[in-house]
Design a protein around this ligand. Structure first.
Ligand code: IMP
Length: 423
Protein backbone atom coordinates (compact mmCIF):
# COMPACT_ATOMS: atom_id res chain seq x y z
CA UNK A 1 0.00 0.00 0.00
CA UNK A 2 -0.90 2.89 -0.48
CA UNK A 3 -1.75 1.70 -3.99
CA UNK A 4 -2.11 -2.04 -4.41
CA UNK A 5 -3.26 -3.89 -7.50
CA UNK A 6 -4.88 -7.32 -7.24
CA UNK A 7 -4.86 -9.44 -10.39
CA UNK A 8 -5.69 -12.99 -11.34
CA UNK A 9 -2.70 -15.04 -12.47
CA UNK A 10 -4.62 -17.77 -14.32
CA UNK A 11 -7.87 -17.83 -16.35
CA UNK A 12 -10.01 -16.18 -13.69
CA UNK A 13 -11.96 -17.50 -10.75
CA UNK A 14 -8.87 -17.58 -8.54
CA UNK A 15 -10.72 -15.97 -5.64
CA UNK A 16 -9.78 -12.34 -6.26
CA UNK A 17 -13.01 -11.14 -4.69
CA UNK A 18 -12.19 -12.77 -1.42
CA UNK A 19 -8.61 -11.50 -1.40
CA UNK A 20 -9.86 -7.99 -2.21
CA UNK A 21 -12.43 -8.23 0.53
CA UNK A 22 -9.77 -9.20 3.07
CA UNK A 23 -7.30 -6.50 1.95
CA UNK A 24 -10.14 -3.96 1.80
CA UNK A 25 -10.30 -4.06 5.59
CA UNK A 26 -7.39 -1.61 5.58
CA UNK A 27 -8.37 0.21 2.40
CA UNK A 28 -10.17 3.50 1.87
CA UNK A 29 -10.96 3.10 -1.82
CA UNK A 30 -11.47 -0.07 -3.90
CA UNK A 31 -11.44 0.38 -7.67
CA UNK A 32 -12.57 -1.84 -10.56
CA UNK A 33 -10.50 -0.73 -13.56
CA UNK A 34 -11.59 -3.01 -16.43
CA UNK A 35 -14.22 -5.50 -17.51
CA UNK A 36 -17.88 -5.42 -16.65
CA UNK A 37 -20.53 -7.82 -15.44
CA UNK A 38 -18.69 -10.73 -17.00
CA UNK A 39 -16.85 -10.98 -13.69
CA UNK A 40 -18.27 -12.87 -10.76
CA UNK A 41 -17.17 -12.55 -7.18
CA UNK A 42 -18.61 -14.68 -4.45
CA UNK A 43 -17.85 -13.45 -0.96
CA UNK A 44 -18.97 -15.20 2.20
CA UNK A 45 -19.38 -13.18 5.38
CA UNK A 46 -20.63 -15.25 8.28
CA UNK A 47 -23.76 -17.01 7.05
CA UNK A 48 -24.22 -14.58 4.19
CA UNK A 49 -23.11 -15.17 0.60
CA UNK A 50 -22.80 -12.20 -1.74
CA UNK A 51 -22.41 -12.64 -5.50
CA UNK A 52 -21.19 -9.44 -7.13
CA UNK A 53 -20.49 -8.88 -10.78
CA UNK A 54 -19.80 -5.19 -11.22
CA UNK A 55 -19.55 -3.43 -7.87
CA UNK A 56 -16.09 -3.85 -6.34
CA UNK A 57 -15.83 -6.33 -3.51
CA UNK A 58 -14.84 -3.50 -1.16
CA UNK A 59 -18.49 -2.41 -0.95
CA UNK A 60 -18.95 -4.94 1.84
CA UNK A 61 -16.47 -3.11 4.06
CA UNK A 62 -18.21 -0.18 5.75
CA UNK A 63 -16.55 3.16 5.05
CA UNK A 64 -14.74 1.94 1.93
CA UNK A 65 -15.47 3.89 -1.25
CA UNK A 66 -16.11 1.46 -4.13
CA UNK A 67 -15.25 2.90 -7.54
CA UNK A 68 -16.11 1.69 -11.04
CA UNK A 69 -13.47 3.44 -13.12
CA UNK A 70 -13.40 4.60 -16.72
CA UNK A 71 -11.76 1.43 -18.03
CA UNK A 72 -14.89 -0.59 -17.24
CA UNK A 73 -17.93 -1.26 -19.40
CA UNK A 74 -21.16 -0.86 -17.48
CA UNK A 75 -24.56 -2.37 -18.04
CA UNK A 76 -26.66 0.20 -16.16
CA UNK A 77 -29.57 -2.17 -15.63
CA UNK A 78 -27.29 -4.71 -13.99
CA UNK A 79 -25.58 -2.06 -11.91
CA UNK A 80 -28.87 -0.70 -10.59
CA UNK A 81 -30.09 -4.22 -9.81
CA UNK A 82 -26.89 -4.92 -7.92
CA UNK A 83 -27.24 -1.69 -5.94
CA UNK A 84 -30.86 -2.56 -5.10
CA UNK A 85 -29.96 -6.10 -4.03
CA UNK A 86 -27.14 -4.92 -1.79
CA UNK A 87 -29.32 -2.21 -0.23
CA UNK A 88 -32.10 -4.71 0.43
CA UNK A 89 -29.58 -6.81 2.35
CA UNK A 90 -28.50 -3.86 4.45
CA UNK A 91 -25.30 -2.98 2.56
CA UNK A 92 -24.80 0.77 2.18
CA UNK A 93 -23.96 1.67 -1.42
CA UNK A 94 -24.09 5.46 -1.06
CA UNK A 95 -20.32 5.80 -1.37
CA UNK A 96 -20.22 3.99 -4.74
CA UNK A 97 -18.72 6.14 -7.48
CA UNK A 98 -19.00 5.53 -11.23
CA UNK A 99 -16.73 7.15 -13.78
CA UNK A 100 -18.41 9.49 -16.24
CA UNK A 101 -16.02 8.04 -18.84
CA UNK A 102 -17.03 4.40 -18.46
CA UNK A 103 -18.65 2.96 -21.56
CA UNK A 104 -22.20 1.67 -21.45
CA UNK A 105 -23.27 -1.79 -22.49
CA UNK A 106 -26.27 -1.25 -24.72
CA UNK A 107 -29.03 -3.80 -25.50
CA UNK A 108 -27.58 -4.43 -28.98
CA UNK A 109 -24.22 -5.35 -27.46
CA UNK A 110 -25.77 -8.29 -25.64
CA UNK A 111 -27.53 -9.53 -28.78
CA UNK A 112 -24.41 -9.08 -30.90
CA UNK A 113 -22.33 -11.00 -28.36
CA UNK A 114 -24.67 -13.99 -28.62
CA UNK A 115 -24.96 -13.76 -32.42
CA UNK A 116 -21.23 -13.48 -32.98
CA UNK A 117 -20.75 -16.58 -30.86
CA UNK A 118 -23.45 -18.38 -32.85
CA UNK A 119 -21.67 -17.47 -36.07
CA UNK A 120 -18.36 -18.77 -34.80
CA UNK A 121 -19.93 -22.18 -34.28
CA UNK A 122 -17.33 -24.63 -33.03
CA UNK A 123 -14.73 -21.88 -32.96
CA UNK A 124 -16.73 -19.91 -30.42
CA UNK A 125 -14.96 -18.23 -27.53
CA UNK A 126 -17.47 -19.18 -24.89
CA UNK A 127 -18.11 -15.62 -23.79
CA UNK A 128 -20.41 -14.74 -20.94
CA UNK A 129 -22.78 -13.18 -23.52
CA UNK A 130 -23.04 -10.04 -21.44
CA UNK A 131 -22.11 -7.77 -24.38
CA UNK A 132 -18.59 -7.12 -23.12
CA UNK A 133 -16.72 -7.69 -26.39
CA UNK A 134 -19.13 -5.65 -28.56
CA UNK A 135 -19.09 -2.78 -26.01
CA UNK A 136 -15.27 -2.64 -26.05
CA UNK A 137 -15.33 -2.96 -29.84
CA UNK A 138 -17.52 0.15 -30.07
CA UNK A 139 -15.29 1.96 -27.58
CA UNK A 140 -12.24 1.45 -29.77
CA UNK A 141 -14.22 2.07 -32.96
CA UNK A 142 -15.24 5.37 -31.32
CA UNK A 143 -18.90 4.46 -31.60
CA UNK A 144 -19.37 3.95 -27.89
CA UNK A 145 -21.85 5.61 -25.58
CA UNK A 146 -20.48 6.69 -22.21
CA UNK A 147 -22.00 7.23 -18.78
CA UNK A 148 -21.69 11.00 -19.24
CA UNK A 149 -23.86 10.83 -22.36
CA UNK A 150 -26.82 9.83 -20.19
CA UNK A 151 -26.85 13.38 -18.87
CA UNK A 152 -27.20 15.05 -22.24
CA UNK A 153 -30.38 13.86 -23.90
CA UNK A 154 -29.50 15.37 -27.25
CA UNK A 155 -26.06 13.83 -27.45
CA UNK A 156 -27.43 10.49 -26.32
CA UNK A 157 -30.17 10.60 -28.96
CA UNK A 158 -27.74 11.64 -31.70
CA UNK A 159 -25.17 8.98 -30.86
CA UNK A 160 -27.79 6.29 -30.53
CA UNK A 161 -29.38 7.21 -33.88
CA UNK A 162 -26.03 6.93 -35.68
CA UNK A 163 -24.91 3.71 -34.09
CA UNK A 164 -28.31 2.00 -34.16
CA UNK A 165 -28.62 2.58 -37.88
CA UNK A 166 -25.53 0.45 -38.36
CA UNK A 167 -26.39 -2.10 -35.67
CA UNK A 168 -29.89 -2.70 -36.98
CA UNK A 169 -28.54 -3.36 -40.47
CA UNK A 170 -26.11 -5.80 -39.00
CA UNK A 171 -28.70 -7.52 -36.83
CA UNK A 172 -31.23 -7.86 -39.63
CA UNK A 173 -29.12 -8.50 -42.71
CA UNK A 174 -26.34 -10.59 -41.28
CA UNK A 175 -27.71 -12.17 -38.13
CA UNK A 176 -31.36 -12.49 -39.15
CA UNK A 177 -32.53 -10.80 -35.95
CA UNK A 178 -35.19 -8.14 -35.42
CA UNK A 179 -33.96 -4.56 -35.35
CA UNK A 180 -34.14 -2.54 -32.17
CA UNK A 181 -36.34 0.45 -31.44
CA UNK A 182 -34.43 3.67 -30.97
CA UNK A 183 -37.05 5.39 -28.82
CA UNK A 184 -37.39 2.43 -26.51
CA UNK A 185 -33.65 2.32 -25.86
CA UNK A 186 -33.47 6.08 -25.47
CA UNK A 187 -36.29 6.13 -22.91
CA UNK A 188 -34.82 3.23 -21.01
CA UNK A 189 -31.34 4.76 -20.81
CA UNK A 190 -32.54 8.27 -20.00
CA UNK A 191 -34.45 6.67 -17.13
CA UNK A 192 -31.17 5.34 -15.75
CA UNK A 193 -29.63 8.82 -15.66
CA UNK A 194 -31.52 10.02 -12.61
CA UNK A 195 -30.91 6.80 -10.69
CA UNK A 196 -27.19 6.77 -11.42
CA UNK A 197 -26.64 10.51 -11.00
CA UNK A 198 -25.71 10.43 -7.27
CA UNK A 199 -22.91 7.98 -8.07
CA UNK A 200 -21.36 9.55 -11.17
CA UNK A 201 -18.05 11.34 -10.66
CA UNK A 202 -14.61 12.14 -12.01
CA UNK A 203 -13.17 9.00 -10.48
CA UNK A 204 -9.61 9.66 -11.68
CA UNK A 205 -9.64 12.86 -9.65
CA UNK A 206 -11.18 11.14 -6.61
CA UNK A 207 -8.54 8.41 -6.65
CA UNK A 208 -5.69 10.89 -7.14
CA UNK A 209 -6.96 12.97 -4.23
CA UNK A 210 -7.21 9.88 -2.04
CA UNK A 211 -3.64 8.89 -2.94
CA UNK A 212 -2.47 12.45 -2.27
CA UNK A 213 -3.98 12.25 1.21
CA UNK A 214 -2.06 9.04 1.89
CA UNK A 215 -5.19 6.91 1.75
CA UNK A 216 -5.03 3.24 0.85
CA UNK A 217 -6.31 2.42 -2.61
CA UNK A 218 -6.91 -1.10 -3.90
CA UNK A 219 -7.28 -1.78 -7.61
CA UNK A 220 -9.33 -4.92 -8.10
CA UNK A 221 -8.75 -6.76 -11.38
CA UNK A 222 -11.50 -8.82 -12.94
CA UNK A 223 -10.83 -11.89 -15.13
CA UNK A 224 -7.12 -12.65 -15.24
CA UNK A 225 -3.73 -12.60 -16.93
CA UNK A 226 -4.35 -15.46 -19.36
CA UNK A 227 -7.62 -13.82 -20.45
CA UNK A 228 -5.84 -10.53 -21.24
CA UNK A 229 -6.54 -9.37 -24.80
CA UNK A 230 -2.83 -8.64 -25.35
CA UNK A 231 -1.08 -11.19 -23.16
CA UNK A 232 -3.60 -14.03 -22.83
CA UNK A 233 -4.48 -17.01 -24.97
CA UNK A 234 -5.92 -14.92 -27.81
CA UNK A 235 -8.58 -15.13 -29.21
CA UNK A 236 -9.90 -17.07 -26.22
CA UNK A 237 -9.66 -14.02 -24.00
CA UNK A 238 -11.81 -11.18 -22.78
CA UNK A 239 -11.79 -7.81 -24.54
CA UNK A 240 -9.89 -5.82 -21.92
CA UNK A 241 -6.54 -5.89 -20.10
CA UNK A 242 -6.94 -7.59 -16.73
CA UNK A 243 -3.21 -7.18 -16.05
CA UNK A 244 -1.59 -4.81 -13.56
CA UNK A 245 -0.50 -2.12 -16.02
CA UNK A 246 -4.13 -1.58 -16.98
CA UNK A 247 -4.96 -0.48 -13.44
CA UNK A 248 -3.18 2.82 -14.07
CA UNK A 249 -4.77 3.35 -17.48
CA UNK A 250 -8.26 2.21 -16.54
CA UNK A 251 -8.39 4.20 -13.33
CA UNK A 252 -6.59 7.26 -14.66
CA UNK A 253 -3.66 7.35 -12.25
CA UNK A 254 0.05 7.35 -12.96
CA UNK A 255 1.80 3.96 -12.86
CA UNK A 256 4.30 5.35 -10.34
CA UNK A 257 1.61 5.40 -7.65
CA UNK A 258 1.35 1.61 -7.67
CA UNK A 259 3.54 0.10 -4.99
CA UNK A 260 2.31 -3.46 -4.64
CA UNK A 261 0.90 -6.02 -7.09
CA UNK A 262 -0.72 -9.09 -5.56
CA UNK A 263 -1.26 -12.02 -7.91
CA UNK A 264 -4.05 -14.36 -6.91
CA UNK A 265 -3.30 -17.98 -7.76
CA UNK A 266 -5.58 -20.89 -7.07
CA UNK A 267 -3.70 -23.94 -5.75
CA UNK A 268 -4.86 -25.69 -8.93
CA UNK A 269 -6.24 -24.12 -12.12
CA UNK A 270 -9.64 -23.70 -13.71
CA UNK A 271 -10.94 -22.22 -16.92
CA UNK A 272 -14.44 -21.53 -18.31
CA UNK A 273 -15.06 -21.14 -21.99
CA UNK A 274 -12.89 -22.41 -24.82
CA UNK A 275 -9.16 -22.25 -25.43
CA UNK A 276 -5.95 -24.10 -24.65
CA UNK A 277 -5.32 -25.42 -21.14
CA UNK A 278 -2.22 -27.63 -20.93
CA UNK A 279 -2.82 -29.09 -17.46
CA UNK A 280 -6.54 -29.76 -17.95
CA UNK A 281 -7.69 -33.03 -16.39
CA UNK A 282 -10.48 -34.98 -18.06
CA UNK A 283 -10.32 -37.67 -15.43
CA UNK A 284 -11.62 -38.38 -11.94
CA UNK A 285 -9.10 -36.01 -10.37
CA UNK A 286 -10.41 -33.11 -12.47
CA UNK A 287 -14.00 -34.06 -11.65
CA UNK A 288 -13.11 -34.14 -7.95
CA UNK A 289 -11.62 -30.63 -8.21
CA UNK A 290 -14.86 -29.38 -9.78
CA UNK A 291 -16.95 -31.02 -7.09
CA UNK A 292 -14.91 -30.17 -4.00
CA UNK A 293 -13.89 -26.74 -5.26
CA UNK A 294 -17.47 -25.88 -6.28
CA UNK A 295 -16.12 -24.96 -9.70
CA UNK A 296 -19.21 -23.56 -11.36
CA UNK A 297 -19.30 -20.00 -12.70
CA UNK A 298 -20.75 -17.23 -10.53
CA UNK A 299 -22.08 -15.42 -13.60
CA UNK A 300 -23.16 -18.15 -16.01
CA UNK A 301 -23.24 -21.24 -13.80
CA UNK A 302 -21.03 -23.07 -16.31
CA UNK A 303 -18.91 -25.98 -15.11
CA UNK A 304 -15.27 -24.95 -15.02
CA UNK A 305 -12.53 -27.06 -16.55
CA UNK A 306 -9.95 -27.97 -13.89
CA UNK A 307 -6.35 -29.13 -13.74
CA UNK A 308 -3.09 -29.09 -11.78
CA UNK A 309 -1.21 -25.90 -11.00
CA UNK A 310 0.87 -24.66 -13.92
CA UNK A 311 4.02 -22.87 -12.76
CA UNK A 312 5.05 -22.00 -16.33
CA UNK A 313 1.92 -19.86 -16.55
CA UNK A 314 2.47 -18.58 -13.01
CA UNK A 315 5.98 -17.37 -13.84
CA UNK A 316 4.55 -15.70 -16.93
CA UNK A 317 1.93 -13.94 -14.81
CA UNK A 318 4.62 -12.84 -12.36
CA UNK A 319 6.53 -11.25 -15.22
CA UNK A 320 3.63 -9.64 -17.09
CA UNK A 321 2.19 -8.11 -13.94
CA UNK A 322 5.38 -7.41 -12.02
CA UNK A 323 3.95 -9.28 -9.05
CA UNK A 324 5.35 -8.38 -5.66
CA UNK A 325 3.57 -11.23 -3.89
CA UNK A 326 1.04 -14.01 -4.28
CA UNK A 327 -2.21 -14.90 -2.56
CA UNK A 328 -2.65 -18.67 -2.83
CA UNK A 329 -6.30 -19.68 -2.66
CA UNK A 330 -8.36 -22.83 -2.23
CA UNK A 331 -5.46 -24.79 -0.80
CA UNK A 332 -8.03 -26.81 1.17
CA UNK A 333 -9.33 -28.37 -2.07
CA UNK A 334 -5.99 -30.16 -2.53
CA UNK A 335 -6.54 -32.00 0.78
CA UNK A 336 -8.50 -34.47 -1.36
CA UNK A 337 -5.42 -35.91 -3.02
CA UNK A 338 -2.64 -38.14 -1.71
CA UNK A 339 -0.17 -37.05 -4.36
CA UNK A 340 -0.07 -33.62 -5.97
CA UNK A 341 1.26 -32.68 -9.38
CA UNK A 342 2.67 -29.36 -10.46
CA UNK A 343 3.48 -28.52 -14.08
CA UNK A 344 7.04 -27.20 -14.42
CA UNK A 345 7.49 -27.12 -18.21
CA UNK A 346 5.77 -28.08 -21.47
CA UNK A 347 7.12 -30.93 -23.58
CA UNK A 348 6.39 -30.80 -27.32
CA UNK A 349 7.69 -32.42 -30.47
CA UNK A 350 9.72 -29.23 -30.98
CA UNK A 351 11.36 -29.60 -27.58
CA UNK A 352 10.80 -28.43 -24.05
CA UNK A 353 9.39 -25.04 -23.07
CA UNK A 354 10.30 -23.68 -19.66
CA UNK A 355 8.79 -20.29 -20.48
CA UNK A 356 5.26 -19.56 -21.67
CA UNK A 357 5.49 -20.16 -25.45
CA UNK A 358 5.16 -17.26 -27.85
CA UNK A 359 3.39 -19.49 -30.37
CA UNK A 360 -0.11 -20.28 -29.18
CA UNK A 361 -0.17 -23.61 -31.03
CA UNK A 362 2.45 -24.97 -28.64
CA UNK A 363 -0.06 -24.76 -25.80
CA UNK A 364 -2.40 -27.13 -27.63
CA UNK A 365 0.31 -29.60 -28.50
CA UNK A 366 2.18 -29.53 -25.25
CA UNK A 367 2.34 -32.31 -22.72
CA UNK A 368 2.84 -30.97 -19.23
CA UNK A 369 6.03 -32.02 -17.46
CA UNK A 370 4.97 -32.69 -13.90
CA UNK A 371 6.78 -32.80 -10.62
CA UNK A 372 5.06 -34.82 -7.94
CA UNK A 373 4.72 -33.57 -4.41
CA UNK A 374 3.32 -35.39 -1.40
CA UNK A 375 -0.20 -34.37 -0.41
CA UNK A 376 -1.34 -33.86 3.19
CA UNK A 377 -4.62 -35.77 2.80
CA UNK A 378 -6.11 -34.17 5.87
CA UNK A 379 -8.71 -31.44 6.29
CA UNK A 380 -7.00 -28.06 6.63
CA UNK A 381 -10.10 -25.87 6.38
CA UNK A 382 -10.07 -25.12 10.12
CA UNK A 383 -6.51 -23.72 10.02
CA UNK A 384 -6.40 -20.08 11.11
CA UNK A 385 -2.63 -19.52 11.08
CA UNK A 386 0.12 -20.95 8.92
CA UNK A 387 1.35 -22.88 11.97
CA UNK A 388 -1.88 -24.90 11.85
CA UNK A 389 -0.94 -26.36 8.46
CA UNK A 390 0.68 -29.79 8.01
CA UNK A 391 4.30 -29.80 6.78
CA UNK A 392 3.30 -31.02 3.30
CA UNK A 393 1.04 -27.97 2.85
CA UNK A 394 3.83 -25.65 4.03
CA UNK A 395 6.13 -27.36 1.51
CA UNK A 396 3.58 -26.87 -1.26
CA UNK A 397 3.43 -23.14 -0.48
CA UNK A 398 7.23 -22.97 -0.47
CA UNK A 399 7.28 -24.75 -3.83
CA UNK A 400 4.91 -22.15 -5.32
CA UNK A 401 7.08 -19.33 -3.97
CA UNK A 402 10.22 -20.84 -5.40
CA UNK A 403 8.59 -21.40 -8.80
CA UNK A 404 7.16 -17.90 -9.05
CA UNK A 405 10.12 -16.15 -7.49
CA UNK A 406 7.94 -14.02 -5.21
CA UNK A 407 6.63 -14.66 -1.70
CA UNK A 408 3.21 -16.06 -0.86
CA UNK A 409 1.83 -13.60 1.67
CA UNK A 410 -1.69 -14.94 1.96
CA UNK A 411 -3.15 -18.45 1.91
CA UNK A 412 -6.86 -19.17 1.78
CA UNK A 413 -8.27 -22.46 3.09
CA UNK A 414 -12.00 -21.77 2.90
CA UNK A 415 -14.57 -19.25 1.75
CA UNK A 416 -14.96 -17.43 5.08
CA UNK A 417 -13.05 -14.25 5.81
CA UNK A 418 -11.18 -15.78 8.75
CA UNK A 419 -10.06 -18.78 6.68
CA UNK A 420 -7.30 -16.55 5.35
CA UNK A 421 -3.81 -17.10 6.72
CA UNK A 422 -1.58 -14.04 6.50
CA UNK A 423 2.13 -13.56 6.74
P1 IMP B 1 -16.30 -12.27 -22.24
O1 IMP B 1 -15.46 -11.57 -21.23
O2 IMP B 1 -17.74 -12.42 -21.80
O3 IMP B 1 -16.19 -11.66 -23.61
O4 IMP B 1 -15.75 -13.76 -22.37
C1 IMP B 1 -14.47 -14.04 -22.93
C2 IMP B 1 -13.79 -15.18 -22.21
O5 IMP B 1 -13.44 -14.76 -20.90
C3 IMP B 1 -14.66 -16.43 -22.02
O6 IMP B 1 -13.82 -17.57 -22.07
C4 IMP B 1 -15.21 -16.28 -20.62
O7 IMP B 1 -15.55 -17.51 -20.05
C5 IMP B 1 -14.01 -15.65 -19.93
N1 IMP B 1 -14.37 -14.85 -18.76
C6 IMP B 1 -14.90 -13.61 -18.74
N2 IMP B 1 -15.05 -13.18 -17.48
C7 IMP B 1 -14.60 -14.16 -16.69
C8 IMP B 1 -14.46 -14.30 -15.26
O8 IMP B 1 -14.78 -13.40 -14.48
N3 IMP B 1 -13.94 -15.47 -14.82
C9 IMP B 1 -13.55 -16.44 -15.66
N4 IMP B 1 -13.64 -16.36 -16.98
C10 IMP B 1 -14.16 -15.23 -17.50
Amino acid sequence: MPATVIVGTQWGDEGKGKVTDVLAENADVVVRFQGGNNAGHTIVIGEERFALTLIPSGVLNPGVMPVIAGGCVVDPKVLLEEIATLESRGVDTSLLRLSANAHLIMPYHRVLDAQQERFLGEAQIGTTKRGIGPAYTDKYARNGIRVQDLFDAKILADKLAVTLREKNKLLQALYDQPGMDEKEILDEYLGYAELLAPHVADTSLLISEALGQGKQVLFEGAQATLLDVDHGTYPFVTSSNPTAGAAAVGAGVGPTSITRVVGVAKAYISRVGSGPFPTELDDEVGARMVEVGGEFGTVTGRRRRCGWLDTVALRYATRINGLTDIALTKLDVLSEFDRLKVCVAYETDQGRFDEFPRQQRVLYESRPVYEELPGWATDISAARTLDDLPQEAIDYIAYVEKSAGVPVTMVSVGPQRDATLLR
